[in-house]
Design a protein. Structure first.
Length: 204
């Protein structure tokens, strides 16, 4: 769906540009955009490789399991139905760790695998509370080191690319807190609504 939206926006911009007589500007934008994209990718590749390597070392050395064990008390509170599923909890902790390091590219495949395992564990009956909670946490993305953003800032000439850390910590903590609070409230309202329907059904 997102791909279709982007294609529509690009096509609409191109058509409007040509109809308004700005063919030269469109051609220049396409050329400069393509060149800038390649330059940006090359400039952030080193940083991304570094932290992706760190994630691989964590996994191969067994530190990922230790991190998962350290996170397990908190994860058990958030994912009550998964409290005894070690494999899923390790995937969730790895996803959270990748997001903490600002490695969205590394967190995405781990997150997809974790979501698939959670879905399979529920019997494929649809989105469970644990799956929704995980998606909320993954989307809000609590970060300690915004690696990708810092790499982009450095590539654009920022003298201190990591001076955004306090703002990132505050905003990401606020977003995760707000997302989890909203999920908890909506979950409680949903359960209350289902319980009311069940009681009314018995009365009828």
């Amino acid at each position: 769906m997102l791909t279709r939206i982007w294609v529509f926006m690009i096509a609409a911009a191109a058509v409007i540009g040509f109809l308004s007589g700005r063919q030269a500007e469109i051609t220049a934008a396409v050329t400069n955009g393509a060149s800038g994209a390649v330059s940006l990718i090359l400039s952030i590749t080193g940083v991304m490789c570094l932290w992706s390597g760190v994630m691989r070392v964590l996994s191969e050395s067994g530190l990922a399991s230790k991190i998962a064990a350290a996170m397990r008390p908190v994860l058990r509170l958030l994912f009550k139905e998964l409290s005894e599923d070690r494999e899923v909890l390790e995937l969730i902790s790895a996803n959270i760790t990748a997001n903490l390091l600002g490695l969205g590219n590394a967190a995405t495949p781990i997150g997809l695998k974790a979501a698939q395992k959670i879905h399979e564990r529920s019997g494929g009956k649809g989105p469970t509370d644990d799956l929704i909670t995980f998606i909320v946490i993954n989307t809000a993305s609590l970060q300690l080191i915004p690696t990708t953003v810092a790499a982009v800032r450095a590539s654009l000439g920022a003298a201190r690319p990591y001076d955004i850390l306090p703002a990132v910590w505050l905003s990401s903590a606020a977003s995760v807190s707000a997302a989890l609070s909203a999920a908890f409230v909506l979950r409680s309202l949903s359960r209350s609504g289902k319980e009311s329907q069940r009681i009314n059904g018995r009365r009828d």
